[in-house]
Design a protein around this ligand. Sequence first.
Ligand SMILES: *Cc1c(COP(=O)(O)O)cnc(C)c1O
Length: 245
Amino acid sequence: MGDVDEQADQGAQVRARLAEVRARLAQAARAAGRDPAAITLVAVSKGQPLERIHAALEAGQRVFGENYVQEAQAHWLALRPRLPDLELHLVGALQTNKARDAVRLFDVIQTLDRPRLARVLAEELKRPEARTRRLLIEVNTGEEPQKAGVAPTELESFLRSCRDELGLPVTGLMAIPPAEEDVALHAALLVGLARRHGLREVSIGMSADFETAIAFGATIVRVGTAIFGERAPKPSAQPSSATSS
Ligand SMILES: *Cc1c(COP(=O)(O)O)cnc(C)c1O
C-alpha cells in the first residue's frame, strides 16, 4: 500500500473508532440514567500524527486533550484559527515555566496540583492573551507517593486557597487512578468530593475504563488509544511529570 492509501486507511480507522467510542459513551450514559450530552469526550491526541487528528476533526470532534505544551503547540497552533469551536484541555503535568504558554493555548487546564502552580496561574491568567477559562484540580485519589495531585484530605484547604484567595476559576476535579485498580472506587470518591465542594466537573476514565467511570458519575472522560490507536512514546525532550517544579 502506498503512503496516500495508508493515510486514507488510518483516517477511516480513526473515524470508525471515534464513532464506536461515542456509541459506547452514549450507551453507558443511558444505562446509568444519564444524558449522554452531559458527558464530554476529550480525545487525547498526545503522541499522534496530524493525519489522525485531522480525521477526528473531519468526524466532528472538537474537544481534544494534550499532555505536553510543546507538542500541543505543534498540533494546534496552525489549526486553531480555522476552528473557532475547538476546545483544548491540558491533561498532563504542567511545569510553572510553561504556564504562560499553557494559558495561551488551553481552554481548560485539568492538572492544577500544587500551591506554587496555583500562584503562577493566578498571575498568568491576568494577562490579556490568556484563554484558559476553567481549571480542574488533580486529586491523587490513590494516594500514590510518586503521583501528582493533592491528597483527598488536603483538597479542602487547597481549594479554599485557589478559589477564595487567588480567585481561580476552579470548576471541577480530575484523577488518574492507579493502573491496576478498578476505576469505580476512584470515580465514586472523586464525584463525592466534587459534590461536597460544589464543583460540577469530574474528569476520570480513559480508554480501558471510561464506561465504568460514566456509570459512577464522570462528566469528562479522556480517551486516547481507543480513538486514535497506538501512539508514539513520550517525547524524550520532555521531563517526566515527577520532576515538575
Ligand atoms: C494519555 C492519557 C489519557 C488517554 O489514555 P488512553 O489510555 O490512551 O485512553 C487520559 N488521561 C491522561 C491524563 C493521559 O495522560
